[in-house]
Design a protein around this ligand. Structure first.
Ligand SMILES: NC(=O)c1ccc[n+]([C@@H]2O[C@H](COP(=O)([O-])OP(=O)(O)OC[C@H]3O[C@@H](n4cnc5c(N)ncnc54)[C@H](OP(=O)(O)O)[C@@H]3O)[C@@H](O)[C@H]2O)c1
Length: 240
């Protein structure tokens, strides 16, 4: 293999059927990596499934609802059954997320708060904990966070369920960095920018291609000393 060609990595992405998750899968496959793409309903993942045919043997699609601990346990079991199930993961992208829009102070519901916490904070934490034995020493964990989870940046009452859950996810990142640090595993909280997805809307500043290219460069460039940091898609630090 020429020195300039990076070895193929083994990656797992959550929420891979659309938006940033789908773009992560596309770009990881394009650079030669092997990808386990997870989503709630693989049978309905019409944009994701064709990629398996385009990259024979390098894409597996498995079901995962990150908000459901039973689904997380089932994923760990299914992962072990893959042909290369004993191959450790070099990269885990905790991308799946939910934003309940239109919330107003006075009527914010327990259901929205609970769903946001389960999906955006508890999910990435429990999945990383469950997959820890499957992560390679020196692996990277990218928790896709949001600037809206920055307590320091709050300047109005907006998207409370989302913001509270992303702040909790940021704490999960800091704690996971501690838990996994002795194995040389780098855990990052990453803000993708404002991106044109179903969540970000058509008027957002960045395309998924631009955002994910930036995020992958930040992930690739991160060293273990960066673990526990909160960075944007240019690698610039964000205030907690
Ligand atoms: N777009 C932005 O401007 C922006 C800005 C800051 C941060 N982010 C973050 O970036 C990440 C990706 O966002 P996006 O813009 O790509 O959003 P999106 O287009 O709304 O896609 C969200 C993805 O998460 C999945 N998902 C939601 N709940 C899930 C669950 N319980 N289990 C498994 N998958 C679940 C969705 O699957 P279904 O199709 O099954 O619903 C979908 O694949 C999120 O963490 C988001 O908070 C986005």
């Amino acid at each position: 293999m020429p020195a300039s060609v990076a070895p193929s990595r083994h990656c797992l992405v959550t929420g891979a059927n659309r938006g940033l998750g789908l773009e992560f899968v596309r770009q990881l496959l394009a650079r030669g990596d092997r990808v386990v793409a997870t989503c709630r309903h693989p049978g309905k993942a019409t944009a994701l499934n064709p990629l398996a045919g385009e990259h024979p043997g390098r894409l597996r699609v498995l079901p995962l609802d990150v908000a459901d601990p039973k689904s997380i346990a089932e994923l760990v079991r299914e992962l072990a059954l893959l042909d290369d199930g004993d191959a450790p993961l070099d990269l885990l992208v905790n991308n799946a997320g939910v934003l309940h829009s239109g919330e107003r102070f006075g009527t914010v519901s327990a259901a929205n708060l609970d769903d946001s916490f389960r999906t955006n904070a508890r999910g990435p934490f429990l999945l990383t904990q469950a997959l820890a034995p499957s992560l390679a020493d020196g692996a990277k964990v990218a928790n896709i966070s949001s600037q809206l989870g920055s307590i320091a940046a709050v300047d109005g009452f907006g998207t409370p369920s989302y913001a509270i859950s992303k702040a909790a996810q940021n704490m999960a990142t800091a704690l996971l960095a501690q838990a996994l640090g002795e194995r040389g595993i780098t855990v990052l909280a990453l803000h993708p920018g404002w991106v044109q997805t179903d969540m970000g809307g058509a008027g957002a500043q960045l395309t998924p291609t631009q955002s994910v290219a930036g995020l992958l460069a930040v992930i690739d460039g991160a060293i273990v000393a960066d673990s526990g940091r909160f960075l944007d898609h240019h690698g610039q630090p964000l205030a907690w």
